[in-house]
Design a protein around this ligand. Structure first.
Ligand code: 13P
Length: 256
């Protein structure tokens, strides 16, 4: 039986009140999905309200970012030590943070380590830009981001990391990557993890795909052998679409 992790990245959407309404709607339609872990990643300010609304452990919670330090004079920042009281997961190195907030692999590596130090599961995002793809540099970019982002962790910790492959050109564009474009990159990710941490770590690593995932294309990704789930942006803000995505994951996992 294959297990899937389906993560909704709400980005900078949903006030606390709106977030509570969205969770309530998601739960109205929820049925037990035994082999699916569903994770919601609201903005920081909405996490407590969402946590209070979640029933029967139907959803896990994640954050979209964290500071690499545990505390200190860093105005406006939120640490893993704070998040661990509220959440189980944290997205690290999303391409929007790499681009708009100029996050480097070096800083991302410290954030991955901070997440693990605080018992949070980091979801490390990697992926090439359109120009990288056009220049034939996808492999190099993904390998560099993995080697950089995972440079501060040990072999004992890699088992607690999730990697999300999100080609930047597919994010929010409606232009999802074709499954036959995703599969070779997923293989590159496994190969890189094997080189860095060994075969067992590579075999058990959870890899998600993200980029314009919708109810219409979800199945095509989840049947890829080495994909363990999805990181969903826009469609996770629509309760009908996100429910359809989770239900498809549940039915595929039941059939395997
Ligand atoms: P979209 O699903 O809106 O393309 O966003 C993907 C993403 O960035 C999830 O982290």
């Amino acid at each position: 039986m294959k297990h899937f992790t389906i993560v909704g990245n709400w980005k900078m959407h949903q006030t606390p009140e709106q977030a509570v309404r969205l969770v309530a709607r998601l739960q109205e339609k929820a049925k037990p999905r035994t082999h699916v872990t569903s994770v919601l990643c609201p903005p920081f300010v909405s996490i407590p309200a969402v946590k209070a609304e979640i029933q029967d452990d139907l959803f896990k919670l994640g954050a979209q970012n964290l500071n690499e330090k545990d505390e200190g004079a860093f105005t406006g920042e939120v640490s893993g030590a704070m998040l661990k009281e509220l959440a189980d997961y944290v997205i690290v190195g999303h391409s929007e943070r790499r681009h708009y907030e100029h996050e480097t692999d070096k800083r991302i590596a410290k954030k991955v380590a901070a997440a693990l130090r605080n018992g949070l599961t980091p979801i490390l995002c990697v992926g090439e830009k359109l120009s990288d793809k056009q220049d034939g540099h996808t492999r190099r970019v993904v390998v560099d981001q993995l080697q950089g982002g995972l440079s501060q962790i040990t072999g004992a910790e890699i088992g607690k990391v999730i990697v999300a492959y999100e080609p930047v050109w597919a994010i929010g564009t409606g232009e999802s990557a074709a499954p036959d474009q995703v599969e070779p990159v997923v293989n590159v990710i496994r190969q890189t993890i094997e080189e860095m941490f060994g075969e067992a770590a590579s075999g058990s690593l959870e890899i998600l795909y993200g980029g314009s995932v919708s109810p219409d294309n979800v199945k095509a990704y989840l049947v890829i052998e080495h994909i363990n789930g999805l990181l969903v942006g826009g469609a996770s803000l629509n309760f009908e679409q996100f429910t359809a995505i989770m239900d498809t994951a549940a039915s595929i996992s039941d059939g395997r």
